[in-house]
Design a protein around this ligand. Sequence first.
Ligand SMILES: *Cc1c(COP(=O)(O)O)cnc(C)c1O
Length: 359
Amino acid sequence: MRAYNFCAGPASLPTAVLERAQQEMLDWHGKGLSIMEMSHRSADYVAVAEKAEADLRKLMNIPENYKVLFLQGGASLQFSAIPLNLLGKNKKADYIHTGIWSEKALKEAQRYGDIHVIEAGTQVDGKLAIKAQSELQFSNDAAYLHYAENETIGGLQFDYVPETHLPLVSDLSSSILSAPLDVSKFGLIYAGAQKNIGPAGLTLVIVREDLLDQANPEIPSILKYAAQAKNDSMVNTPSTYAWYLSGLVFEWLLEQGGVDAIHKINLEKAKLLYGYIDSSDFYQNPIAIPNRSIMNVPFTVANSDLEKLFVKEAEANHLLNLAGHRSVGGMRASIYNAVPLEAVQALVNFMDDFAKRNA
Ligand SMILES: *Cc1c(COP(=O)(O)O)cnc(C)c1O
């Protein structure tokens, strides 16, 4: 039986997608081999790769003047690739700091340029929040503005898209495809696949064409967006299986009604879980309401000695991976697109039972 999986990443995948991949595993479309054993340059594989891109373009309504790249190295390699490609001649960039992932991104960028850090975390009535746009000061001469739309570990999410004349660069690793997004507001969007797209090993970069030509000439070709765009993300062998499986997830999302439809379900899931936490004296969430992540829900219990027991008993009830990130402790439920409403209902039922037995 498949358990309910609340892992932050690599995360839950739709069962229907895994079943399809299983059916196609040994003999893909009657070709006598698996997709993993095919040349990435074969007509069959290229068709799979192109279909995945076309479906993603449909799902996110990506304008034509954007390239979609299917890369490797995770979001973390993009922490370097972005400054190396975009810093340009005066080597200045603005980075908004809201938590652990935006900090990792800016620390990496500091190796390559003059990074202006904008502290955007604040406290509202003892809860963590993101400052309003009016409280943030951006530079005039920076090459771009970077921010992490959803801080996966903290469970802190922007409730606005920063307004700026600078090209906007966003780490959407844990929130891509969870809610409608106006791609045209961004210069570059990137996301590791293993949260809300597909298996680990694939990183999506969506980049506006006019930003392709400012790369530091010394950087490796593999990291150069212009080279990857020119070669359809095949400067070298791409992560073929992860690309294929992500394509199946895009098809599944289209069958669900697309991003608007999945967003409605995501809001329902978040409302159910946060609503239960707020109604209980036993559990707490540390985030101010407007900035609560709809994908990653951290929570604590007053007596932290109970955390291990919570995670262990949850697991015995087929509710997996509820321990918080190793750097922060507590618990965290990641409720990405592939986690169904029933899973969240089962979690809430378990939380309520656990509270009654341990209050
Ligand atoms: C998981 C995550 C990362 C790191 O992703 P890797 O693919 O492991 O490098 C970066 N940013 C955010 C917001 C994440 O959630």
